[in-house]
Design a protein around this ligand. Structure first.
Ligand code: SF4
Length: 349
């Protein structure tokens, strides 16, 4: 395993014959690689593809992304979650327009300085978009290498990740760095999967020390995740006499910063009476509908929301500060309600 490029040849041949046909692979410009990699950070490939196609059709290049209105940009991202990703995309696009004439720089260090672009994404853009030798070590690659080398190290540890990165670079052929990186990721996604790897279908089976050990599935090792914090929320779905729903803008910091939500009445579970009293501070004439409160749960990486939403009606009045009244059509086309509220959104539409 220490000889250079031992895995490259069988891996690349397997990749060229077996890889999935994906829209961002058919025209892998640096911009396309960038957008797709940011989307794929927290989203499965199949779910990301339609978002990717719509995004690059509407914003075909970096100047278009830099100039896009914020509400439109968030709408294009609606359903993907983790909205700081798209905000950072736009921040970086603006810097690229100011400093690099609207084209991403073909330089690993310069890419890493842009907002939202870490080691992995910079390596993917450099190697796939520009053909520059660079590592792109994601969870798939860490898993494949832990098994290939039968490495018991905790892949969450920076030292283990750094050692894996070195091994990747020792194997990466200078003439095909992008395909090599993609091949490793594809192998991890299709064959050397998190559960039971399909070693019989693996182009590296003859070399793999994990397979020789008899139980590659026990790898990689990683420390257990910390338990998520649970948070109760009480919200109101308030509709006015014109059929519009009250939306409230979230604060500029923290989870779902700056996005719209049905007004949050309290960060605890309130009963009907207390919820109505809290809602009347926003809408003094609000009336509770005789409808069971909606229950919903949303899981973030480190946090769980348990939501209770009461449905209310109110006369037509100007919206309270920080809120807007939104018609169902505006909810569909204009305002972005994060996926955390999808159960509540369904009731509103
Ligand atoms: Fe993974 Fe099995 Fe291939 Fe080893 S032989 S890299 S464990 S799929």
């Amino acid at each position: 395993m220490s000889e250079p490029f031992l895995i490259a040849q069988p891996l690349l041949h397997w990749f060229w014959a077996n890889h999935r046909v994906l829209p961002f692979r058919s025209d892998p410009t640096p911009y396309h690689v960038w957008v797709s990699e940011i989307m794929l950070q927290q989203t499965r490939v199949a779910a990301a593809v339609p978002y990717y196609e719509r995004f690059v059709q509407e914003l075909p290049d970096i100047p278009a992304l830099a100039a896009c209105e914020e509400e439109r940009l968030l709408k294009l991202w609606e359903g993907l979650g983790y909205y700081s990703r798209v905000r950072n995309l736009q921040k970086a696009a603006r810097i690229v327009c100011e400093q690099y004439g609207g084209q991403l720089p073909g330089d690993l260090a310069a890419l890493k300085k842009l907002p939202g672009i870490g080691d992995y994404t910079a390596g993917a853009i450099a190697s796939i978009g520009f053909g520059i030798p660079a590592p792109a070590v994601d969870g798939n690659v860490l898993r494949v290498f832990a098994r290939l080398y039968n490495d018991e190290g905790d892949i969450m540890q920076p030292a283990v990740k750094a050692a894996t990165t070195q091994k990747v670079m020792a194997q990466q052929p200078a003439e095909a760095p992008g395909d090599f990186n993609q091949a490793l990721m594809e192998l991890g996604a299709l064959v050397c999967t998190p559960g039971q790897p399909d070693c019989a279908a693996c182009p590296l089976q003859a070399l793999c020390l994990g397979r020789q050990s008899g139980n590659p599935a026990r790898l990689p090792q990683k420390a257990p995740k910390k338990a998520r914090k649970k948070c109760e929320l009480t919200l109101c779905l308030a509709q006015d006499a014109a059929g519009r729903w009250l939306l409230q803008k979230r604060g500029e910091q923290g989870v779902l910063a700056g996005l719209w939500q049905p007004p949050v009445l309290a960060e605890e579970a309130l009963d009907e009476k207390k919820a109505l009293a809290a809602a009347q501070k926003l809408l003094p004439a609000a009336v509770l509908l005789k409808e069971k409160p909606l229950k919903a749960k949303h899981i973030f990486t480190h946090l769980e929301w348990h939501m209770t939403a009461y449905v209310m009606t109110a006369p037509c009045t100007p919206p309270p500060e920080g809120c807007v009244w939104a018609s169902p059509a505006q909810l569909e086309q204009e305002y972005t309600l994060p996926g955390a509220f999808k159960t509540l959104r369904k009731r509103m539409l």
